[in-house]
Design a protein around this ligand. Structure first.
Ligand SMILES: [Fe+2]
Ligand SMILES: [Fe+2]
Length: 152
């Protein structure tokens, strides 16, 4: 018997991955300047990884007899990750990414906990695997955050 908390968290995580992908993709395209190149490349790579996360989460929902949501359930939340009006403002994108990754980490930690409590090791494994990727994304962008002001 799957807890509703688990399917709710899986659904939330799935939707969040799409919003993250949408904003990483836009920022990877739109940023300008010599300082932007590394960040753009990293965002492009992360788009692929976030897509994989969404696929894994969708498959798990299906295995739990639920359907991954379509676009009508989508509710945008990432105010700070919108492509900046000043396309050389790499710093604001870095801040937005840090926020999105911290948010994702919180969701996957909750999912690990809920799955463990519900004795659902497969969902727990999914959450731990994705959590590790998000922590790597966060670490990479913390590095950009540290390096960036010094370069300017
Ligand atoms: Fe992700
Ligand atoms: Fe991520």
């Amino acid at each position: 018997m799957t807890s509703e908390e688990i399917t709710d968290l899986l659904t939330k995580a799935y939707v969040d991955e799409f919003e993250t992908m949408m904003n990483y993709l836009a920022n990877a395209i739109v940023l300008d300047g010599v300082h932007a190149e590394e960040v753009k490349e990293s965002l492009e790579e992360d788009v692929q990884e976030e897509l994989e996360h969404a696929q894994i989460l969708g498959e798990r929902l299906k295995q739990l007899d639920e359907s991954p949501p379509g676009s009508e359930e989508f509710e945008a939340r990432q105010t700070n990750l919108q492509p900046p009006a000043d396309t050389t403002d790499v710093q604001s994108v870095i801040e937005g990414v840090l926020e999105a990754e911290e948010d994702a980490i919180e969701t996957y930690r909750s999912l690990v906990e809920a799955a463990s409590e519900a004795n659902d090791p497969v969902t727990e494994d999914v959450a731990v695997t994705i959590l590790a990727d998000e922590e790597a994304h966060l670490t990479e962008f913390r590095g950009f955050e540290k390096a960036f002001p010094a370069e300017q």
